[in-house]
Design a protein around this ligand. Structure first.
Ligand SMILES: Nc1ncnc2c1ncn2[C@@H]1O[C@H](COP(=O)(O)OP(=O)(O)O)[C@@H](O)[C@H]1O
Ligand SMILES: [Mg+2]
Length: 286
């Protein structure tokens, strides 16, 4: 059965889509069957994987969520054989509104994913920068959520809100939900603050922070404008190397957990709590 991982952070521009696309591509590269579902009306993950809007504007995640089409019908192949995508367009804004009055509106995505879960090793959900119904659907459908955090002074701002939302969803809609981990993005080796933020976040979250830290790398920002993932665009770039490291680390983590440990993770409510989310200036400056 696929492991469904929601890439979430209600802040925009922290690297959710870059991580969704390149982690998915890296997982496919190491032999995993991956489905990336674009849940952001901006559709950046869809275009980042080389799909043209004209190909999918009449059949995409919007039509799946409102029940007009099945997820199988909304799935497109990419150049990377084992990586498939359910794309998105700005129509998705409408789905949030149209679903408000429907029954089980939080479970629409979960129901669809359940029907195809045996065909994939990973289902990756690229969330929009909000905690609205789309993100609620994603957190309800997911086994776990992965949080990209930008290595900047305000990295943790808003994180407690995300963790609170996840906690509520765990309590009311998805008891198995837990945090997969935190991925530090846009790390700048020359910037002292970046180093301090990494140290501080590792201090707060310990083993939840992935060892693979994604650096700021211009190749990562160029790749989507060519409709290419980083492995296709420049496999030797540091961005490609680090996303491959991240994929291997994720697979290792998932594979090495026994069923008992998985259950412990799920039952450990501490996972979805942040005791002290405020990093003070003193802490950062030592
Ligand atoms: N590691 C990185 N190095 C350089 N640019 C990056 C990196 N990660 C993301 N970007 C760029 O930052 C911008 C925001 O990233 P994106 O992944 O779209 O964030 P989000 O999905 O959270 O809004 C994009 O222009 C993207 O190309
Ligand atoms: Mg995005």
């Amino acid at each position: 059965m696929a492991r469904t991982i929601c890439i979430a952070n209600q802040k925009g521009g922290v690297g959710k889509t870059t991580t969704s696309v390149n982690l998915s591509a890296a997982l496919a590269h190491i032999g995993k069957r991956v489905l990336l579902i674009d849940l952001d009306p901006q559709g950046n993950a869809s275009s980042g994987l080389g799909l043209k809007k004209s190909e999918f504007q009449d059949l995409n995640i919007y039509h799946v969520l409102i029940g007009e089409k099945t997820i199988v019908e909304g799935t497109y192949t990419t150049r990377v054989g084992s990586l498939k995508v359910v794309p998105s367009t700005s129509d998705l804004v409408g789905a949030e509104i149209e679903l408000v009055d429907t029954q089980h509106r939080e479970f629409k995505l979960k129901q669809e994913i359940q029907s195809i879960a045996s065909e994939y090793d990973f289902v990756i959900l690229d969330c929009p920068p909000s905690l609205g119904l789309l993100t609620v659907n994603a957190l309800t459908a997911a086994d776990s959520f992965l949080v990209p955090l930008q290595c900047e002074y305000y990295a943790l701002e808003g994180l407690s809100q995300l963790l609170n939302t996840a906690g509520l969803i765990k309590k009311n809609l998805n008891p198995n939900l837990h945090i997969e981990g935190i991925v530090l993005t846009m790390f700048d080796t020359r910037n002292n603050l970046s180093h301090q933020v990494v140290a501080e976040i590792k201090n707060h979250f310990g083993e939840k922070v992935f060892n693979a830290v994604i650096p700021r790398n211009v190749r990562l920002s160029e790749a989507p404008s060519h409709g290419l993932n980083i492995l296709e665009y420049d496999i030797k770039s540091i961005g490609a190397v680090k996303y491959l490291e991240l994929a291997k680390e994720l697979v290792h983590r998932v594979d090495s957990l026994s069923v008992q440990e998985q259950n412990q993770l799920i039952n450990n409510d501490k996972d979805i709590k942040l005791n002290d989310n405020s990093i003070t200036e003193e802490e950062i400056n030592g």
